[in-house]
Design a protein around this ligand. Structure first.
Ligand SMILES: [Zn+2]
Length: 224
């Protein structure tokens, strides 16, 4: 028996709510999942005694991107509203891995099996390669005005690569943050306006990679 599952946040716990309609097959449950206007978290499988055995979630990230839905592979869930998200979109939220969520719920949580969307090769994906480059080069190059200019120009064209900035800034030691703070602030001031605004908002979520990066870039609430 399969049922649609809703999750609600309650302090640091997730409360499971179960829709009353049951489905004989997982496929039928997913058909309803996509057909209903209410957004559910996923599909729960129940044993003969009515106990929840496991939960499958949408394998595709449905966060709104600049050009429609993201469509990345689900890897995490945000802990405010429990939306399944890909790693890139999750970086803007207080998010936990599906494994971590499974631990909280006491049942396995995994992405539904579906034909994976065709992904271009790693090297052929401009978002990935720019993101990796920023993450790799940030610590050694952020003080270089030409590097910052180049990165900001690229980020204007490929804003999703900002994830590399979170990784690079997040990987700095506290000592490096102190030494590089003037350059980090410079970089913050030079970022494309959209990313700058998003980061300023993200500063309110210091446990998210985006929020941590925002604070380290001097975009905390007290700095206007
Ligand atoms: Zn996504």
């Amino acid at each position: 028996m399969f049922r649609l599952i809703q999750l609600y946040a309650s302090d640091d716990h997730a409360l499971v709510d179960v829709d009353t309609d049951g489905y004989a097959s997982e496929l039928a449950a997913w058909a309803e999942f996509y057909a209903t206007p209410i957004s559910f978290f996923g599909v729960g499988r129940f044993d003969a005694e009515g106990r929840l055995v496991d939960i499958t979630v949408d394998p595709v990230c449905t966060a709104a991107g600049k050009s429609g839905l993201c469509r990345g592979a689900t890897a995490v869930v945000d802990t405010d509203e429990y939306h399944p998200l890909c790693g890139d979109c999750g970086a803007w939220h207080d998010a936990i891995s599906l494994r971590e969520l499974a631990k909280r719920l006491g049942v396995p949580v995994h992405p539904a099996r579906r034909a994976a969307p065709a992904h271009p090769q790693n090297g052929g994906d401009p978002t990935r390669s720019l993101s990796h480059r920023i993450a790799r080069e940030l610590a050694t190059n952020v003080a270089d005005a030409a590097w910052r200019r180049h990165v900001c120009r690229e980020l204007t064209m490929i804003p999703r690569a900002v994830n590399g900035l979170f990784i690079g800034v997040g990987a700095l030691s506290n000592r490096q943050v102190l030494d590089l703070f003037p350059a980090l602030q410079q970089l913050a001031g030079e970022l494309p306006a959209g990313i700058h605004a998003d980061l300023r908002r993200a500063a309110g979520k210091p446990r998210s990679p985006a929020g941590l990066a925002a604070l380290r870039l001097g975009l905390g609430a007290s700095c206007h």
